[in-house]
Design a protein around this ligand. Sequence first.
Ligand SMILES: Nc1ncnc2c1ncn2[C@@H]1O[C@H](COP(=O)(O)OP(=O)(O)OP(=O)(O)O)[C@@H](O)[C@H]1O
Ligand SMILES: [Mg+2]
Length: 335
Amino acid sequence: MKRIKLKLAPGVETEFVDRDRALARVVEWAEKSTRFPVVVFGPEGCGKSAFLRQAAETLGEFGYDVVYVDAAHRDFVAYTDVAEVARRLLDAASDVSGLAQLRLAYLAVDLARELIGRWGRRKVAVLVDEAFQAVGLDKAGIYVKSLLNLIEYPPRSYEKIVAVAATSEGVTREEIGRHLWAELRPIWNMPKEGFRQLYDKIPEPRLPFEDVWRWTGGNPRMLERLYSSGWAVGRVVEDVLREKRLTAGFVVKWRRWLEEVVEDPEILWTGDVPEELVRELEVRNLIVYNMYDRDPYFWVDQPPPERDLELGVGRDVAWQTPLHREAVRLALREA
Ligand SMILES: Nc1ncnc2c1ncn2[C@@H]1O[C@H](COP(=O)(O)OP(=O)(O)OP(=O)(O)O)[C@@H](O)[C@H]1O
Ligand SMILES: [Mg+2]
């Protein structure tokens, strides 16, 4: 299986590392089809897009005609000899009217349909990254339904279809989960040994691996950010604080709870915590709420530990990374 090339940081190229279980999952999809659209979700920067791109490549190797669209970033990859596919994707991506994202998200589904109906392709894969951000979070359910329609009511008989969407928006799970239209499958930050391989690609001087592991919890985007900041952990934390709008007002309002939650995120699950706070933390992509059973069946790749308070992982609730938690700690100190 060929591993795709990725850019981890400016000047740091790497191939897609580790994620062996996730790749085995792709092989399973390739061999059996996805009965329902698979919706992959997980912490921001954990590697969902990298995984989807790698999956596109792998499905191509399995003889699929593949359409991959990163709606939010107006990017796409097509593995097909139908030239019209790339042409139409390019046309949608270059739309300057502000509709490019929306068009790309729907075009991916249309093209998959046409690959089957018009061009008689028997194995088709459609992989959509950040689709819900593009179509609107309130339409996430409808979008997934359109993927399901493709699987259930194809314009012509086919051999296999693989349909996968990825999102970092935790709140969309609610919208999707209300219907039985999708298989929701979480992916976590990288497991330690895989993450070490990525760390090894970063030029020296570096912060010691164990420190990087403790700060990032295996999140490749955070590794990149630490490296790009010259390993200035404090600056990255401060950036996260601003990005997440952890204002004094917010922190003062929830201080009593937040002080407990930075120690143990599970408080959000078992404690008498206001729902509004859970939602605020979820919308800001600070936590993952309602985690799955650690049975690997439910996970795209290796599941996180059952509980690891050093990394901010509880059984049902986890900080997306220790750096996310640290930003809240800093906000609490500053307020
Ligand atoms: N398995 C991997 N091997 C090599 N590089 C990786 C791997 N996973 C992720 N990366 C790199 O880490 C960075 C973050 O990954 P990526 O953009 O895929 O995360 P994401 O989960 O899609 O983030 P977002 O939530 O913002 O969409 C990228 O530079 C990506 O190329
Ligand atoms: Mg992404």
